[in-house]
Design a binder for this molecule. Structure first.
Ligand code: HEM
Length: 195
C-alpha cells in the first residue's frame, strides 16, 4: 500500500490527539472510581443516588471517551508503522511497544474494576485507587521520553532529577489531598459542629 507523503504527518497528528483523549479518560475514570467507592460512607438514600450517577458517568466516560481515544491512538500508530516500518527494528520502539502493552492491560483492568464497582463487589479502598491512578503518569512520562529521545534515552543525573521531581509532585498532591480530607473529617467531628 502506498500513501501520499503527508500521510505520515496526518497519522502522527491524529495519534497524538488519540493519546491525549485516552489519557484524559484514564485519569478521570479512576478519579470517578475513588468518588464511587467513597460514596459508601454516605447516608443510604443519598448513597444509592450517588452510586447510580457514578455508574452512569463511568460507563459513558469509558465507552465514549477512553476506549475511542485508545482505538484512535493505536490505529494511527499502526498507520505510522505501515508508512515507516523501519521503526519496528529500533530498540526505543520495542521498549515503547512493551510499555503500551502494559498500558492496554491497565485499561482492561480499569474495565474490570468498573464492573466490580457496578455490582458492588469492589474491594479497593479510595486510598488504593488514588495510588493506582498514579500508574498511567509513569507510563506517560516513560513513553513520551522514548518517542522524544528515541535511542538516545537519557540515563544521566538530569533524568533522575526530573523523574524524582515528577514523583515528588505526585506524592505531594496525594499528601495534600489526604491532609485536606483529615482536616475536613476533624472539623465535622469537632464539638462545635455538634452543637
Ligand atoms: C500502539 C502503540 C504505539 C505505537 C506503535 C506508536 C508509534 C509511534 C510512532 C511511529 C511515532 C512517530 C515517531 C516520529 O515520527 O518521530 C509516534 C509518535 C508519538 N507517540 Fe506513539 N505509538 C504508540 C503509542 C503511544 C502512546 C501510548 C503514547 C503516549 C503515552 C504515545 C505518544 C507519542 C507522542 C507524544 C508522539 C510524538 C513524538 C514526536 O513527534 O516527537 N504513543 N508514536
Amino acid at each position: 500500500m502506498t500513501f501520499p507523503p503527508e500521510a505520515y504527518l496526518w497519522f502522527k497528528t491524529l495519534h497524538i490527539v488519540g493519546v491525549v483523549v485516552w489519557f484524559a479518560g484514564l485519569f478521570y475514570l479512576v478519579r470517578l472510581f475513588i468518588y464511587h467507592v467513597e460514596a459508601a460512607d454516605l447516608e443510604p438514600t443519598v448513597k444509592k443516588a450517588f452510586e447510580e450517577q457514578y455508574t452512569l458517568m463511568e460507563r459513558r466516560l469509558a465507552n465514549i471517551i477512553t476506549t475511542p481515544g485508545m482505538i484512535l491512538a493505536v490505529s494511527m500508530a499502526v498507520g505510522l508503522l505501515i508508512t515507516q516500518p523501519s521503526w519496528l527494528n529500533q530498540a526505543w520502539m520495542q521498549a515503547k511497544l512493551a510499555l503500551v502493552a502494559g498500558l492496554i492491560a491497565y485499561h482492561i483492568f480499569c474495565y474490570r474494576l468498573m464492573g466490580q464497582l457496578n455490582r458492588g463487589e469492589c474491594s479497593w479502598s479510595g486510598r488504593q485507587l488514588r495510588a493506582l491512578n498514579e500508574l498511567p503518569t509513569l507510563f506517560l512520562v516513560l513513553v513520551v521520553m522514548l518517542v522524544v529521545f528515541k535511542n538516545q534515552f537519557p540515563t544521566g543525573a538530569a533524568t533522575w532529577l526530573i523523574v524524582g521531581l515528577v514523583l515528588f509532585m505526585a506524592a505531594s498532591i496525594q499528601f495534600y489531598a489526604r491532609w485536606r480530607r483529615l482536616r475536613l473529617s476533624r472539623q465535622l467531628e469537632s464539638p462545635l459542629n455538634n452543637g
